[in-house]
Design a protein around this ligand. Structure first.
Ligand code: ATP
Ligand code: MG
Ligand code: MG
Ligand code: MG
Length: 491
């Protein structure tokens, strides 16, 4: 069935709003507010964290929320949830994606959450049940957490067949927002694009035909700074479904990039670069990485547009550094693989706004500012990129095949020319040359230690703080928390 992305998004919101009496809440900006433990918004639940933890200001409108539905702009390119390395290599991880979610804050719990999800997928969207596989938390004896038999029984009573119902451990079925914060066991729904027999054994193995689409988290705990799990004052439901993956399912595509969320961008890339048409090839089938470059660009330009529209500027620390890394990767694939002229990247912004602007009107406010930011930063990196490429090529000529790339040269590309480390590894990998990434990481760590500003100035610069820093700032009274709201930080 060919349902447009716009229709799929609307159907989700309408189902929970009109049929299940949820309040529709706008997407929060991707720059988190008042949460020094988070780099960029990585899930729909971020803005509701105080409600989940029971620390919401009673005067805030949020204090009234019981059932909520939303479509949240998310970025996973740094911090605990970081998918940057997968983007472009596979067909279903993005740096920026939309997360559809419904919440119950102390209202309904497991049974209703599962029933609603199943009804929406199988009856409203019309997905055949035999394509769906469901996982639940199988327990973790070491942590004293038992298996979630209750959820298993609920799914069986809904009609999920036993061999479509699978237990998994902490990694897959215990969701945590970050190093600390709300968490709990979850149950996930996966879609089989065409494995058929034997699909159950492939769930959560990375088989690209078996894609996780929806995660239903039963928020029962808070992970504290000392690593312990504390029970939350109320039990809540937090769900998240990737719109791009759902749309792929509903448009009968195995790749998110073959849906109407991406095809106009891929078309614009072809028109602007005169590269061979996009064929959707991955891995060894795509030896010149043209298709991967298409995907990286289509993905990264969405992330750049959304982040810049929310007020982020590429920079040297925290979220700004994440954005800079995304931008430099985009410039590199654009200039070197697709041989696009300078300014080409920014020219894709209007296409992104056309696709996403109705759902997120803030994108339409100042397209020129978004394009200018991309152009300025592209220009700043391009000459370094060309110099770096020459250095890499000259070094490779001097090496024999068995050698690995000299760490000092790689380090100087990073230190002096501003190459992100992951970009260096990627450019060398393409030449089938190794570099000691561990040594590079160590150098980067030492340098970060050397340059490390005080936690207080890091906080002011909007950097994400580690737990130790948060504790230190609390000890010294810079960050204050009060007992009734121990997760609300005030400067
Ligand atoms: P995966 O195992 O595929 O990396 P995840 O378990 O990390 O996904 P969750 O944290 O459970 O993802 O997020 C909820 C949903 O958001 C996922 O089921 C998926 O549909 C979607 N999602 C997560 N990460 C991405 C991403 N990088 N790009 C697109 N959609 C994503
Ligand atoms: Mg993931
Ligand atoms: Mg997963
Ligand atoms: Mg998941």
């Amino acid at each position: 069935c060919g349902q447009s992305a716009r229709h799929v998004r609307q159907t989700f919101l309408r189902y929970f709003r009109d049929k299940q009496r949820h309040r529709e809440v706008r997407s929060a900006p991707v720059i988190p507010r008042g949460d020094p433990s988070l780099l960029l918004v990585n899930a729909g639940m971020n803005q509701f964290k105080p409600i989940l933890l029971g620390t919401v200001d009673p005067r805030s409108p949020m204090a009234q929320y019981q059932r909520v539905v939303n479509s949240q702009k998310c970025v996973r390119a740094g911090g605990k949830h970081n998918d940057l390395e997968d983007v472009g290599r596979d067909l279903y991880h993005h740096t920026f994606f939309e997360m559809l979610g419904n919440w119950s804050f102390g209202d309904y719990f497991k049974e209703e959450a599962c029933r609603m999800a199943w009804e929406l997928l199988t009856e409203v969207y019309g997905i055949p049940q035999d394509r769906l596989y469901v996982t639940f938390f199988g327990g973790d004896p070491a942590l004293g957490l038992t298996a979630d038999e209750e959820t298993k029984e609920i799914w069986l009573s809904i009609g999920v067949r036993p061999h479509h119902l699978l237990p998994f451990g902490l990694t897959h079925n215990f969701w945590e927002m970050g190093e600390m914060g709300p968490c709990g066991p979850c149950t996930e729904i996966h879609y089989d694009h065409g494995v058929g027999e034997g699909a159950a054994a492939q769930v959560n193995t990375g088989n690209p035909q078996l894609v996780e689409i929806w995660n239903l988290v039963f928020m029962q705990y808070s992970r504290e700074a000392d690593g312990s799990l504390q029970s939350l004052p109320q039990r809540s439901v937090d769900t998240g479904m990737g719109l791009e993956r759902l749309v792929a399912v509903l448009q009968g595509k195995e790749s998110n990039y073959d849906t109407d969320l991406f095809t106009p961008i891929l078309d614009a890339i072809q028109r602007g670069t005169k590269a061979p048409p996009y064929r959707g090839l991955v891995g060894d089938m795509d030896p010149n990485m043209v298709d991967r470059a298409y995907r990286v660009l289509a993905d990264h330009i969405r992330a750049l547009t959304v982040c810049i529209a929310d007020g982020l500027y590429p920079g040297m620390t925290g979220a700004a550094l994440v954005l800079r890394r995304i931008l430099r990767r985009a410039v590199r694939f654009s200039a070197e693989v697709l041989r696009a002229p300078p300014g080409f990247l920014a020219g894709l912004v209007p296409t992104v706004i056309e696709i996403l602007g109705d759902a997120y009107p803030e994108l339409k406010q100042d397209p020129c500012q978004i394009m200018d930011t991309i152009n300025e930063n592209e220009a700043a990196f391009l000459s370094s990129l060309h110099r770096g490429r020459r250095i890499i090529d000259r070094t490779l000529q001097k090496m024999d095949n068995s050698q690995s790339f000299p760490v000092d040269v790689a380090w100087s590309l990073h230190r002096n020319l501003g190459f992100p480390l992951d970009l260096i590894s990627l450019m060398l990998e393409e030449k089938a040359v190794n570099v000691d990434t561990e040594a590079l990481r160590q150098l980067a760590k030492e340098e970060a230690e050397r340059l490390r500003p005080s936690p207080q100035s890091e906080l002011q610069q909007g950097r994400v703080l580690g737990i130790q820093d948060i504790n230190e700032l609390q000890r010294t009274g810079v960050l204050r928390t009060d007992d009734s709201a121990k997760h609300i930080y005030t400067l």
